[in-house]
Design a protein around this ligand. Structure first.
Ligand SMILES: [Zn+2]
Length: 476
């Protein structure tokens, strides 16, 4: 993410599967050798101290199939989300995250109606008709409808489903996904996605990944988008409205789909410029960070009114209210495709691993395209920074989007470069995302990675720059 103020973020299959799953997951009768399973509830959170209710325990999602019809007149959706998961314990009960006023009309597990309750702000508590054995796959299907409501968090801003003048845009970092689909809302549980979205003919739908066929019936058009690489829910995205779409290619023939909202006042030819600049930056970043991790790229310039841009997977969204939608900002959000999207911190306290590297991408962009040396940008940031009170690698729940994380994160990287030298540093920039492609990471893992790669003990360096409040001394 980068904000305006940031100093410059089968239904058909179910019936076929059900019979087999019932046999596999039902309580075994008279099993003489295996101990009887002890079914217990999955945890209602994934263990992140900043967001204790986010995510859940006891299962792992493999795929989300979101089918949603949107009515711009009322702002309502009518949806069925089908979740393909595997139990990671003997489960008597489990939670999904789902929040806001949407009403659930039907919920099934492996094709059989399941009991459910909604508890607290975001827990959807599901009790299947029988226990789910550890290791067994299961399918949850939830049908629901209503007008989704965005989240407006006093510290973290607006996220989730945001109604716009001509449709809606969904931006889900950190806690928005559950405003329009039931989800295991934790970066620890990445999954693939299919989003099949029906809107009145004439509107356009964009989402993560690659487009499928578009069909129109009775003045309703259905768009289908697939993300076939693991994606954290906070990086899922939808944009519905009037858009001019530009299709091009980036490095290695990568499909490059960009779009600009028609209501946005732009110069003639901006669609082509936006598309080509995206391609140019993806190519340049690939040369530094290693192979681009997804099967398509692009970007969406939209009138959302949230005041930030977000690194939604494979296709960032740039709100037109963001300070400047320019090369720096594209370099930031596209840099996140490696740092944040492909590799993702498992805890939100480690978000500097996203934002420090994305901000550093801006600094590199300034050097490459505007002749401003990175060291000069660093020196200015170091001189201008007034607040050295927080911890970069543990900023606190309400500070995950603060300058602390962005600028001091990037400063820590430039200080590391000075310490270990250009050659080792650029090795880190390429090897770290390559080694952790599609995975989850922590600051501890990063420190170990750099120490192994350089053969140096950097404990006190990282202690000073990441964990200790106060202005670090500059030493070589
Ligand atoms: Zn960012």
């Amino acid at each position: 993410m980068r904000g305006a103020n940031l100093g410059r973020g089968h239904l058909l299959v179910i019936s076929a599967l059900t019979a087999g799953l019932l046999a596999a997951t039902g309580t075994p009768a008279g099993a003489a050798t295996a101990p009887a399973p002890r079914f217990s509830p999955g945890a209602p959170g994934a263990g992140d101290p900043y967001f204790p209710d986010m995510g859940n325990g006891g299962y792992d999602v493999g795929h989300y199939d979101i089918r949603l019809a949107f009515s711009p007149g009322t702002g309502a959706i009518d949806a069925t989300t089908t979740i393909f998961a595997t139990a990671t314990q003997d489960l008597s009960r489990f939670d999904l995250d789902f929040q806001g006023p949407l009403t659930i009309s039907k919920l099934s597990v492996n094709g059989r109606n399941a009991a459910f309750t909604r508890s607290g702000a975001q827990e959807l508590v599901i009790t299947p008709p029988y226990g789910l054995r550890k290791g067994s796959p299961f399918v949850v299907s939830v049908s629901y409808a209503g007008v989704p409501q965005k989240i407006d968090d006093p510290a973290l801003g607006v996220s989730g489903w945001v109604a716009t003048k001509d449709g809606a845009v969904a931006l889900n970092q950190p806690i928005g996904a559950a405003t329009y689909y039931p989800v295991n809302d934790t970066t620890a549980d990445k999954a693939t996605y299919t989003q099949t979205i029906t809107v009145p003919a004439g509107l356009t739908v964009l989402a993560n990944g690659e487009p499928g066929p578009t069909t129109t019936h009775d003045h309703q058009t259905t768009f289908r988008w697939s993300m076939n690489r693991p994606m954290a829910s906070e990086l899922s995205m939808l944009a519905i409205g009037n858009y001019d779409v530009t299709r091009g290619v980036a490095v290695g023939g990568l499909p490059n789909i960009t779009a600009i909202g028609r209501s946005i006042d732009t110069q003639p030819g901006q669609g082509k410029v936006f598309n080509e600049t995206t391609a140019q930056i993806v190519q340049w970043e690939s040369s530094m960070y290693g192979q681009y991790p997804f099967d398509s790229t692009g970007g969406i310039l939209a009138d959302v009114g949230v005041g930030y841009a977000l690194e939604t997977q494979s296709r960032p969204v740039y709100d037109q209210d963001t300070s400047d939608v320019d090369g720096d900002l594209l370099a930031h959000e596209l840099g996140h495709q490696w740092f944040g999207d492909s590799l993702t911190p498992v805890r939100w306290s480690d978000i500097w691993l996203n934002e420090g590297f994305a901000t550093y991408s801006e600094w590199l962009y300034q050097e490459k395209f505007n002749n401003v040396p990175v060291q000069e940008t660093f020196a200015k940031a170091y001189a201008d920074e007034k607040d050295w009170s927080g911890k970069v690698a543990d900023p606190g729940r309400d500070h995950i989007f603060d300058d602390l994380v962005y600028n001091r994160g990037a400063m820590a990287l430039q200080a590391l470069r000075t310490k270990i030298g250009d050659r080792a540093f650029f090795d880190v920039l390429k090897q770290w995302p390559t080694a952790n492609r599609y995975g989850t990471v922590s600051t501890r893992q990063f420190i170990q990675f750099v120490e192994r790669l350089t053969g140096r003990n950097l404990a006190s360096f990282f202690q000073t720059w990441l964990y200790q409040p106060g202005k670090p001394q500059l030493t070589r």
